[in-house]
Design a protein around this ligand. Structure first.
Ligand SMILES: C[S@@+](CC[C@H](N)C(=O)[O-])C[C@H]1O[C@@H](n2cnc3c(N)ncnc32)[C@H](O)[C@@H]1O
Length: 254
């Protein structure tokens, strides 16, 4: 099932208009416009923005090569990424965990449940709880004690994602994939590097995602390796773009 248009229609049916995938240069260089904004009655309703359009596409590409049975989203907010994963992975149980740290997160958990009902996704569980302390009990209760795919997008500090990885580690299946959202966007490279080193797994920076997703898996199949390589971007291509960006910055001061 295509994910994006289904999500937009489902949020619209609940009275939420969606803006996502915009080009910053067209919107006063506001760097957050590629991400997903939810608007109700003309007002922005989430503190934490939802994942971007290329990131939804990434989730669909991953589902095609590595179906998951048990998915944990840390940082549910309004359910955008939780529901995107549930649509992309039609066989999976999906938990969206949120501590209600953000102003609208409780409303977001309720909205997630309503949209899941509207889409017939009884496999989705929006759960109020705090990461990392509540990870083991939540995974035990809703996912049978193990995680095939974790999407980490809660509190954005390096210490936090390292603590979350350590809580997740005993629960991860051998083929598990862990996605750390916003590593580049919010400066979590040090935490991601620590996680890669501690895990001994393969870590990749997915440059073709607007938030700079850090991706972790133990042993990618050839098909998964192709997806990772495509989203990581060929290093020689990246270097050409980087050099041109440096020249552009030096000339125009950006
Ligand atoms: C950036 S938003 C998540 C966006 C969401 N993944 C999406 O794509 O729609 C971050 C969310 O994490 C939640 N959060 C912050 N710290 C948390 C923690 N320690 N445990 C669980 N949730 C947390 C916030 O309440 C907020 O709703």
């Amino acid at each position: 099932m295509p994910v994006f248009d289904n999500l937009v229609a489902a949020y619209a049916a609940e009275g939420y208009a969606v803006s996502t995938g915009l080009n910053p240069t067209v919107f006063h260089n506001l760097h957050s416009v590629p991400f997903t904004w939810l608007i109700r009655d003309g007002v922005e309703v989430a503190d934490g923005l939802g994942i971007s359009l290329p990131e939804i596409y990434l989730l669909e590409c991953l589902a095609a090569v590595r179906p998951a049975e048990s998915i944990l989203v840390i940082g549910n907010s309004f359910g955008w990424s939780t529901l995107a994963l549930a649509l992309a992975q039609p066989q999976a149980r999906v938990v969206g965990l949120d501590s209600a740290a953000d102003r609208f997160s409780l409303e977001g958990l309720e909205l997630t449940a309503r949209i899941a009902g509207r889409l017939g996704l009884d496999r989705v569980s929006p759960v109020r709880g705090t990461s990392p302390v509540d990870i083991p009990a939540t995974v035990e209760k809703h996912l049978g004690g193990q995680v095939d795919l974790a999407f980490v997008d809660g509190h954005h500090t390096s210490d936090q994602i390292v603590a979350e990885y350590r809580a997740l580690r005993p629960l991860l299946t051998p083929d598990a994939m862990v996605l750390f959202h916003d590593v580049q966007y919010t400066g979590l490279q040090a935490g991601f590097d620590t996680i890669v080193e501690e895990s001994g797994w393969q870590g990749s920076m997915l440059h073709a995602t607007p938030s700079g997703i850090g991706f972790l898996t133990a042993d990618p199949s050839p098909a998964l390796a192709r997806v990772i390589a495509a989203f990581a971007t060929d290093p020689s291509a990246l270097e050409v773009v980087r050099r041109k960006g440096e020249r552009f910055g030096a000339e125009f001061g950006s």
